[in-house]
Design a protein around this ligand. Structure first.
Ligand code: GLA
Length: 733
């Protein structure tokens, strides 16, 4: 039983290795008691005693009025504002009388098997019979506001989810100013905080800092989850490393504005809370209505960051990503963006496909510039009609020409945008996000469609369906290339303008749900100026996301490493691009670029007509290698071994879940004179088994324990950006 409840209302949520305990005190306040190693003793009383203070107490039927600090010292499950907890609250409201005190006490509980879908929002969900259970704890304020705090317990996947539904039964509208999805008070005031930050072309670099009193914030107010911060944070106990130690990870399943606050308090507890960003947010909740906050995934590992990541990866591969592509190896694609930018026509595209097909590449993706009159980035978004100047036979003709070469065909869209120079904008100037009387800020010469409006969503979906129905299109790249500004909607009244940014995200999700369920066989890849919206919300609809516009393989080492903290390799679009790199001017070998891209959803981003004969042979071999390994990328466990943030040597390993085969990648970024023989250490293998190891030195048989504790000898290397790849197959148990 993953959820048990004692007669005095102590709740014990258990996954394979973790226990999470909360307790309803007689006052009705709900305390956070414990989150850590799984406990099997059913008696929770000694544990609950750990969080009780000697004087005065909150458990004896109410807070003592003479000690203001009482509530402020209590570890809570869903803290409010205005009654004595001065740490960051989970919820802030404005009542009809203008006051904002909120006091949530236990009202009822319900335990259901499986997960409870969140209306209109993505999330991790269970499959029948996997043992998942959900606890719904209803808390109520005397003025008539109910908050259902929902815990999903996924025992096999070793993870919890939390979310919140707010229900207004007060008889009057209530302003919701802040509704976070989760708040947890962890015992200990000396955590390190780790989050993923960056910029365009430099996404998701891990940043680790000691957390002490004085809060820390990770956030996006850009309307999308952003290049700058990812909706993820981990709290690490002192001494936690890649391989060992206690770590608590939080990932918000949301693609819009988010806030993560972490802070050590005066009594040696640390509060972590996250959810939709309150800045710019105000939801008017009418009486009788409810508001659903997004889901947060909570993973705790005693095996360091590596253990944390593998738990997130498996959960996301199996319970977040959906549809036929969840378990299907991804086609090797070739995308024309860096090959042609906007400068192409049907003949040039066909020539690239013709050059790519004999190499074993499987899918051609036509990127930006095929519609309207889009010769550069200043027009035509919103007019999803093929440009007959470039494609005289239309898409149907181009797709059949590409298909005749043996490749499938994929297409780029940027559905959420409109160019001021477009027929759509000329016909509907009020269909973009804007505030009347104010300038409309253009970024990349474009405006954002007001996707809070059903008629706008419908118009875009109709256009996309017309294109997708016009030819056999096997893949869609869904791009989103600017943040939101002047966030206002012509269709909402003044009091509801604070709802626009969240309603925008809901609108995007609805469109994604409509299109991905209407075209289940189409492989959708998310994108946002590279990786500005690489989050679990998008992964619920699209099994892979373009990781970064930076395709330089050396830069990608860091980007993919950081992304892998939370997201599995199979979700990361990773392409071999031409050299010198368009982002950095660096030249690396084809082999090196291939080894780096192999740790993701593999593709090419170059002009295949320009390959030399020698390069064609190399690419043919590379494609064969990818085809032999991609099932491992799809299902395997990822081990980070040597970090690009810590030194010149980088390595990682992907191991089949049953440990029967593996792939080890080892990289030396910069040449070194007179190095000793390097060793490549393995991880995750069956220690007692013998593996056949194939690599640059040929094939040999080595025992798992030698590979893990001793390692492999790296052959002599020459020059910068050297890489070695070994394939390991278990030959004897
Ligand atoms: C974004 C994407 C790129 C490419 C361009 C096209 O920047 O990240 O991959 O599709 O748009 O305009």
């Amino acid at each position: 039983m993953p959820i048990t409840v004692s007669p005095d209302l102590a709740f014990h949520l258990r996954t394979r290795s973790t226990s999470y305990v909360l307790k309803v005190f007689p006052s009705g306040l709900v305390a956070h008691v414990y989150w850590g190693t799984r406990l099997d003793d059913p008696d929770l009383t000694p544990l609950v005693r750990l969080v009780q203070r000697d004087r005065p107490t909150w458990e004896g039927g109410g807070l003592a009025d003479d000690f203001v600090g009482a509530l402020d010292a209590m570890p809570q499950e869903y803290p409010t504002r205005g009654t004595g907890d001065f740490r960051p609250p989970a919820i802030e409201v404005t009542w009809a009388d203008g006051s904002s005190v909120c006091d949530l006490r236990y009202s009822s509980q319900r335990i259901v098997s499986g997960t409870v879908p969140l209306p209109g929002l993505p999330g991790v969900s269970s499959e029948e019979r996997d043992g998942t259970e959900t606890l719904e704890l209803t808390l109520a304020d005397p003025q008539g506001l109910e908050v259902v705090v929902r815990y999903g317990v996924h025992p096999d996947h070793d993870a919890l989810t939390r979310s919140v539904t707010v229900v207004n039964r007060s008889g009057q509208p209530v302003g919701l100013d802040r509704v976070l999805s989760v708040s947890v008070d962890l015992y200990g005031g000396d955590f390190d905080e780790l989050h993923l930050s960056g910029s365009w072309g430099r996404e998701r670099h891990p940043v680790r800092t000691p957390l002490r009193m004085g809060g820390h914030t990770v956030e996006s107010t850009r309307g999308l989850s952003s290049h700058q911060h990812n909706p993820f944070v981990a709290l690490l106990r002192p001494g936690t490393s890649e391989d060992q130690g206690d770590v608590f990870g939080f990932n918000l399943v949301y693609s819009g504005n988010f806030l993560i606050q972490t802070e050590a308090d005066q009594h040696g507890w640390t509060r972590a809370c996250l959810g939709i960003h309150p800045t710019g947010f105000r939801w008017v909740l009418d009486s009788g209505q409810s508001f659903q906050a997004p889901q947060t995934v909570l993973v705790r590992s005693s095996q360091g960051l590596g253990g944390l990541s593998r738990t997130f990866h498996r959960l996301y591969r199996e319970r977040l990503v959906r549809g036929p592509w969840k378990d299907r190896v991804r086609p090797i694609l070739i995308n024309n963006w860096e090959a042609t930018y906007f400068d192409f026509d049907a003949d040039r595209i066909e020539a690239i496909a013709q050059a790519a097909a004999p190499l074993g590449i499987e899918l051609f993706v036509l990127d930006d510039g095929w519609f309207g009159r889009r010769d550069r980035d200043n027009s035509s978004l919103g007019d999803w009609v093929p440009d007959r100047r470039k494609l005289p036979g239309g898409l149907e003709d181009l797709v059949s020409r590409v298909n005749r070469t043996g490749l499938q065909f994929g297409l780029w869209f940027e559905p959420e945008m409109v160019s001021p120079d477009s027929d759509l904008y000329r016909a509907h100037p009020d269909w973009c996000l804007h505030v009347p009387g104010r300038h409309r800020t253009e970024i990349r010469n474009q405006l954002v469609l007001d996707l809070t409006r059903p008629e706008v969503r419908q118009a875009v979906v109709d256009q996309m369906c017309a294109v997708l129905d016009s030819a056999p299109i096997a893949y869609v790249k869904w791009d989103m290339n600017r943040p939101l500004t002047e966030v206002g909607s012509a269709s909402l009244p003044p009091a509801r303008q604070g709802e626009v940014s969240h309603r925008y995200v809901l609108g995007v999700y609805e469109m994604m749900e409509t299109l991905t369920s209407r075209y289940p066989q189409v492989l959708f890849e998310g994108c946002s100026s590279g990786g500005a919206r690489f989050d679990p919300g998008i992964l619920h609809y699209m099994p892979q996301i373009w990781t970064s516009d930076d395709t330089d393989a050396v830069e990608r080492l860091k980007i993919q490493w950081g992304t892998s903290l939370v997201y599995p390799p199979s979700t990361m679009g990773a392409h071999v691009a031409a050299c010198p790199s368009h982002q950095t001017g660096r030249t690396t070998s084809l082999e090196f670029r291939g080894h780096v891209a192999l740790a993701g959803a593999f593709g090419y981003e170059l002009d295949a007509t320009r390959f030399t004969e020698e390069e064609r042979a190399l690419v043919r071999a590379q494609v064969d290698l990818v085809k032999a390994c991609r099932h491992l990328v799809l299902h395997g466990d990822f081990y980070r071994l040597q970090s690009p943030f810590e030194g010149n040597l980088v390595s990682w390993m992907i191991v089949a879940p049953d440990r029967s085969e593996a792939l080890l990648t080892w990289i030396r970024v910069r040449a070194e004179a007179n190095p000793g023989p390097y060793r490549a250490r393995c991880a995750g293998l069956d220690l007692a088994a013998v593996y056949e190891v194939s690599g640059p030195g040929g094939t040999e048989r080595i025992c798992g324990e030698v590979l893990v504790h001793g390692g492999l000898r790296v052959p002599p290397l020459w020059g910068d950006f050297a890489s070695v790849l070994w394939k390991l197959v278990r030959v004897r148990d």
